[in-house]
Design a protein around this ligand. Structure first.
Ligand SMILES: [Zn+2]
Ligand SMILES: [Zn+2]
Length: 241
């Protein structure tokens, strides 16, 4: 009994179900699960969780042979964010397979599509353009590459939001198969680097150079490091259970 799972971009109409509202096309991610077996159907359940296990859900269903099931904002009210995991169980509670949603994270300026501008590589952010075809009765055309968002699709990573509406950062960890030992090593080395930065920043503060460019650079690196350390610690607690 084999299943194939894949994360895909999809678009949906927002506001279409509410009369009198403007209808806008939005893009999001969907997890599409296909039962590739040719024989019969199977009772399964899909467990979905975010990286830190703040929210999770279980969807039991009967997977018919050859059928594809879509899990997204429209079907199960789940908007996929970086690090989210889907685990498929059989009726006996045994894991059949699991998938994790990770988009590659690029260092500042390293994105091959936008080189750091965060703008769509096709329309450069101007997603609504005059139609060059003057014979067409369509005055404007929308950019298909960025789903009319103007944002770079290569480095635009969705995150879940906390109660204050801020993005909950999840570090990019390909495959997420890290052992507790390797997580601890990574945390230690990041903490050492952070300590070094803190010391150097304190030196600059004492010299009255807390407004200097090198201080600002250290500050942004140390902020990033503390977020990564927090995230790794949460993952460590989860893995060590
Ligand atoms: Zn980009
Ligand atoms: Zn575009």
């Amino acid at each position: 009994m084999a299943f194939k799972g894949k994360f895909n971009k999809f678009t949906y109409l927002h506001g279409a179900d509410r009369p009198g509202h403007d209808v806008t096309e939005l893009a999001s991610w969907t997890f599409d699960l296909t039962n590739t077996s040719w024989f019969g159907s199977k009772q399964v359940s899909l467990y979905i969780t975010d990286f830190f296990q703040r929210q999770n859900r279980t969807y039991p269903f009967e997977a018919r042979s050859g059928a594809t099931y879509r899990f997204n904002l429209k079907t199960v009210d789940w908007n996929w964010g970086q690090g989210d995991t889907a685990i498929l169980y059989d009726a006996q509670g045994q894991v059949i397979d699991q998938w994790q949603f990770f988009l590659k994270e690029y260092a500042p300026g390293q994105c091959p599509e936008c080189h750091g501008t965060k703008k769509c590589g096709a329309c450069k952010g101007n997603w609504l353009r005059n139609n060059p075809n003057l014979m067409s009765d369509q005055l404007f055309i929308k950019c298909k590459r960025c789903y009319s968002t103007g944002r770079c699709q290569t480095c635009d990573i969705p995150y879940h939001l906390d109660a204050m509406g801020n993005e909950i950062y999840v570090p990019y960890i390909a495959g997420n198969t890290k052992s507790v030992a390797s997580l601890q090593r990574e945390i230690n080395s990041k903490q050492q680097r952070l300590q070094l930065l803190m010391n150097e920043m304190r030196q600059l503060q004492l010299q009255g150079r807390a407004n200097s460019i090198s201080y600002m650079k250290m500050k942004s690196e140390s902020d990033q490091l503390s977020r990564e350390i927090d995230a790794l610690n949460m993952q460590l607690r989860y893995n060590a259970r």
